[in-house]
Design a protein around this ligand. Sequence first.
Ligand SMILES: [Zn+2]
Length: 294
Amino acid sequence: MPELPEVETVRRSLEATVLGRRIRSVRLSGARLRTALPATLPRRLRGRAITGVERHGKYLLVRLEGGLTLLSHLGMSGRWLFHRSPPADRPDHVHVAIDFADGAVLWFQDPRRFGLVRLLADAAVARDPALARLGPDPMHEPPAADALRAAAHGSRTSVKSFLLDQRRVAGIGNIYASEILHRAGVDPRRRAGTLRISEWAAIAAQIPAVLEEAISSFGTTFRSYRTLWNEPGSYGERLRVYDRAGEECRRCGTPIRRIVQGQRSTYFCPSCQGRRRAGAVPTRPRHHRSRTRT
Ligand SMILES: [Zn+2]
């Protein structure tokens, strides 16, 4: 599932390709995405030029002439694909096909249809239910340690789940939560409410650092994410823990562990991210470790 770095990669390439282009026509597949696409979409988009491409968390906001915003979310498998001139064969699962006046095309393709495309008046964007619940975007407003600690005050949820909560920080998903916690040296099982300010400071510093590094590699490709040119991102080669269960920690050589938290995989180094007994959320029933007695 695309996270902030993948969506930011798409945003930058949309800005470099469709900004200033004028829409000639729009066709819809008629299939329902996360929500139904309004039949009026082609008529409302026709003739308008694209004036900006913004992002908040995992949401893209394509700004249009006349005070309209095309809001989109890639969901599980959504992609925006751009061609200067349309290829002979259009791929399957294109649900929104935008033709520009100069012959270029922009397609929203989504095989699994968990994505979202919605047209809003600019004035309605801030109160759109999808955006209104989001916390600050960490690339626009880097998180501060004391604000994170205050938000986590009393929280019994794990710090991993805390980072995934889009109401706290918008844009971090399963891949980057594991990566951020590894670099910050914090055990993902710790209860968020028990972290010290020095640990929140490490996490606050690593959030933008990890995300920026991933953006510079055009994101990470697992399964379906592609850039605007249908190419995979290359950050996967630089991941320190995610999807590396059993492989050596790049820092200390200890085998990386995989656990399940909230039905999602978490990867961490048991040595670099030393568990403190107090304040950890149990992830499995207690068991006795076998010890070698001497
Ligand atoms: Zn390690």
